[in-house]
Write a protein of this length. Structure first.
Length: 320
């Protein structure tokens, strides 16, 4: 790739890194070249994660460059290629699609760039990528376990999945299916569709499901992120049902969901502590860049937050 082409690529993507390959050879601090690529900064979960990232960076005395993948794997791949061309030192990635970024991360690792993932793992590449995130299978199973415990005689369940292709979606769905299967045949998934992690899309999915049931209704709607849970709640109210008739569970324990749980409008949400995920990842990256400390993946145990366990939510202090 020519020098002009490299400059054009970086400029067109708005990286603004001002970094060159010489940073890896010691002309500037290696920790000045840390890029963090989030899959979609329109999602409240990643907005919170970014805030914790920037706070931790200040504490560590390092600079980070934040990129928004805009829920588009092609954009994330292009952003990572531009970062590779610029010779950055490390990349922290929350991938939109778990496999779509494998070739881009392989290329970075081939050039001795440090790569770790948060929230969602990267799979399918020739190089393993250390991961910092919650155990999403356990999170999905916690949702299912709540259903089995709350409805001992069985329940009709709707599952609204998050981003297709992401490990978070694949693993949460697996946990839900395993947990409901363990409860027995009386726990039936009557609909399973993606809401693409978006409130408006989950609202539409819920409206369509309720219409298709012809006046009947599910007992529970499991939304694999909280923003979608907000859309499901709106659809339930619009259809004339109550949240006592249809319980809604979410995932992420964002402040809006915690407020709904406190007010008994929402049954529960899974806490996966995005702040601890990104802070742990950044600390590990900085320690490696400064002192060659080996990076060890970290798996966090998710916690189901209900009205009785609100105090365990990491963001409870943000609830009004």
């Amino acid at each position: 790739m020519s020098i002009n082409r490299r400059h054009l690529l970086a400029a067109s993507l708005g990286l603004g890194l001002g970094l060159t390959a010489c940073q890896k050879s010691g002309s500037a601090s290696a920790t000045d070249g840390i890029v963090v690529s989030f899959s979609d900064l329109s999602q409240p979960f990643f907005v919170a994660m970014r805030r914790d990232l920037e706070d931790e960076a200040k504490k560590l005395g390092v600079k980070v460059q934040v990129l928004d993948g805009q829920n588009n794997s092609s954009k994330q791949v292009s952003d990572l290629e531009a970062a590779r061309v610029q010779g950055i030192s490390a990349v922290i990635i929350a991938p939109t699609d778990s496999k779509a970024l494998a070739s881009a991360t392989d290329a970075l690792i081939d050039e001795k760039t440090l790569v770790v993932s948060v929230d969602r793992q990267i799979g399918g590449g020739k190089h393993p990528v250390p991961h910092f995130g919650a155990n999403n299978v356990e999170g999905g199973r916690a949702m299912a376990d709540w259903v089995v415990k709350t409805y001992p005689k069985g329940a009709k369940v709707v599952v609204i999945t998050n981003d297709p292709g992401s490990t978070s979606s694949i693993e949460r769905v697996k946990g839900v299916h395993e947990g409901l299967a363990a409860g027995g045949a009386t726990y039936q998934i009557v609909a399973e569709q993606t809401g693409n992690s978006k409130r408006d899309q989950a609202l539409s999915v819920t409206q369509n499901v309720l219409t298709s049931m012809g006046g009947a209704h599910p007992d529970v709607i499991l939304c694999l992120n909280d923003d979608m849970a907000m859309g499901a709640l709106e659809a339930i109210r619009g259809a004339g049902f109550t949240t006592q008739q249809i319980a809604v569970l979410g995932f992420d324990a964002i402040p809006e969901a915690l407020e709904r749980i406190r007010d008994s409008e929402m049954a529960a949400s899974v806490e996966q502590n995005p702040g601890e995920q990104i802070r742990s990842a950044l600390r590990a990256v900085v320690a490696n860049l400064k002192d060659k400390t080996p990076i060890v993946s970290k798996s966090l145990t998710p916690v189901l937050i209900t009205r009785d366990t609100l105090a365990q939510a990491s963001r409870i202090g943000e609830v009004k």
